[in-house]
Design a protein around this ligand. Structure first.
Ligand SMILES: [Zn+2]
Length: 577
């Protein structure tokens, strides 16, 4: 363990119950803090407690997701979520209040503590007792949304199938099959469309009320403060939307036209967007998890020795029995494993862990290098004493991961010995990096409209959505599907469970593309130097300074977007078809 730890939390600490954590909270709540030095010590001790609690949660989550069939692991995780976590939250908030008060009395150097203080103070300032029951109601509404979506199945090709299982048909080269699958799913969603609208109405009403209770005009200002968006404004989000409309949409429309021609269809329909336009089989970059790791190690060795060394410390990926000592990867898809992929930093032992469900597809390569980028971030700031600064805002954390998707591209021959396959994978990556931006703008602009017009009707909301789809949607022919189109927003779960959380990915994608552009213009060396320098800061600096350390403008307006789109399009031209 690093020397920057204190011995406030016992080495064997594990938060299996609230009772083991309670005395440590009480100590921090009651400890006399007479001087600035006392306060700094208090902050370090609190950081140790936070890290230990976070690791208790991480271990349980990791164990459970690696083996969902193990009832004991599931029970340990659920016990933590249902019985420990609800006690930790109010106790942590009491410590936040004390910390904010102590910061008023004992001035610490702003250079070091300003970010920490501002984050804690914002949470204390927006807190209102009367919002606690509203938050509980919102959590329940969010569960109802999840349950409604999760219960959706369709009868298709003689079998009952879940909606995620239906996704595979959208990649089929059989257009009629794609259409039937699309209609089956969309009809099923539409059947619950009004019910989900009702849940959303109730959420919007409560969120607006919470914001008013906390002294805000509406939920926009409240949520910007609650999410720690101190360094950008709604106006900058609007500038992002405008830039996407002006600079990205012409590019997307050209891609749509190309797709239409390659598919040889009169007009694109909603079921024509995911299939390979040339009707080829999926790319096959590797055999299994161990093979994926071996190939990825070669990629990082050629990209940067320092990153390669960090990647090597994670393990060789050959373990498929969950976590073994020193093995921080669990990659292969297998029965009993939870879906998805993630990087989870175990905050106390300071070891990253990467989980995924590799199935030998190109998206697994993307996930591998993406999550490796998150692990590099965790490892590069590992000696930072304050756990709060060992994590950074999503707007920058995703720069760390998305940049790796782009900077590794020149070495993808490690996955694709055939020049044609490598070019196809790079094309997909570059098109995707720009192609996601209009959807991000749509979701963000929709929420700005919803929460600045909280008294809207469902019909007005549908009109607002259709306007945004005209502005940012694909060139798709919706004729005969007019009933479906106004409900497409209901597929984006963030709108329900994580309001306003989405533009972060757009801001980060522009940062990642900026580092990629730097690597093309100045070489990989300077781009990687900027990357590692910025990642080493963790979350200790405000967002604009993290971007500055990475030699990136903290700007998501027209100039930045134009420069990036232009270069992506130029690089795509160079790739063999
Ligand atoms: Zn990520």
């Amino acid at each position: 363990m690093s020397q920057t730890t204190t011995d406030f939390v016992p080495a064997e600490f594990d938060a299996h119950s609230w009772e083991v954590a309670e005395p440590l909270f009480a100590e921090l709540q009651n400890r006399p803090v007479e001087t600035a030095a006392d306060f700094e010590r208090w902050l370090l001790d609190r950081s140790e407690l936070d890290a230990a609690l976070s690791e208790s949660a991480a271990r349980r989550f990791i164990n459970m997701t690696c083996d969902t069939s193990d009832k004991e692991k599931e029970a340990a995780y659920l016990h933590f979520v249902e019985h420990v976590s609800p006690k930790l939250k109010p106790a942590s908030f009491e410590l936040d209040k004390r910390q904010a008060d102590l910061a008023e009395v004992h001035a610490l150097p702003a250079e070091r503590y300003a970010v920490l203080e501002r984050d804690v103070r914002a949470g204390v300032e927006i807190y209102r007792d009367e919002n606690v029951p509203l938050q509980t109601e919102l959590a329940k509404l969010s569960q109802q949304y999840d349950a409604t979506i999760g219960a959706m199945t369709v009868e298709f090709e003689g079998q009952e199938r879940t909606l995620p299982q239906m996704g595979v048909y959208q990649e089929s080269s059989d257009r009629d099959l794609r259409e039937r699958a699309w209609r089956a799913v969309s009809d099923r969603r539409l059947a619950d469309g009004e019910k989900i609208s009702g849940l959303y109405d109730a959420m919007v009403e409560r969120r607006h009320r919470m914001a008013r209770n906390a002294g805000f005009e509406n939920f926009v200002g409240y949520t910007f403060k609650a999410m720690g968006r101190f360094d950008y404004t709604p106006e900058l989000c609007f500038a992002f939307h405008d830039a996407i409309e002006r600079r990205v949409m012409p590019f997307v429309r050209r891609l749509d036209a190309k797709r239409r021609d390659e598919l040889d269809v009169g007009g694109l329909r909603p079921w024509d967007l995911s299939v390979d336009p040339k009707g080829r089989d999926p790319l096959r970059p590797f055999q299994n998890g161990a093979d994926l790791v071996a190939r990825t190690r070669k990629v990082f060795e050629r990209l940067d020795p320092r990153l390669a060394e960090m990647f090597a410390t994670l393990g060789d990926g050959s373990n498929d029995q969950g976590i073994a000592n020193g093995d921080l990867l669990d990659l292969d898809s297998r029965k009993g494993k939870a879906p998805g992929g993630y990087q989870y930093m175990q905050d106390r032992s300071r070891r990253p862990f990467i989980f995924m469900n590799a199935a030998g597809l190109h998206r697994d390569v993307e996930t591998m290098v993406h999550e490796a980028g998150h692990a590099f971030h965790s490892m590069l700031c590992i000696d930072e004493p304050l756990v709060h600064y060992r994590h950074s805002p999503i707007e920058f954390a995703e720069v760390a991961s998305m940049t790796m998707e782009l900077l590794t591209m020149p070495y993808w021959d490690a996955y694709y010995p055939s020049e044609e396959d490598a070019a196809r994978a790079r094309r997909k990556q570059l098109e995707g990096s720009i192609g996601l931006l209009p959807w991000i703008a749509t979701i963000d602009a929709f929420q700005h409209w919803v929460y600045t017009n909280p008294a809207h009707t469902r019909e007005q909301r549908a009109q607002a959505w259709l306007g945004l789809d005209d502005r940012f949607g694909h060139a798709v022919d919706w004729s005969g599907l007019e009933a479906h189109r106004p409900f497409v927003w209901q597929r984006q779960g963030h709108l329900f469970g994580n309001p306003f959380y989405y533009i972060e990915y757009g801001i980060a994608q522009l940062g990642a593309l900026g580092l990629w552009l730097k690597s093309l213009e100045e070489g990989e060396g300077p781009a990687l130097a900027a990357y590692t320098k910025a990642l080493s800061l963790g979350g200790s600096r405000p967002l604009p300074e993290l971007f500055e350390a990475a030699d990136l403008p903290f700007d998501f307006g027209d100039g930045t977007v134009a420069r990036l789109v232009e270069r992506v399009e130029a690089e795509l031209e160079k790739l063999p078809e």
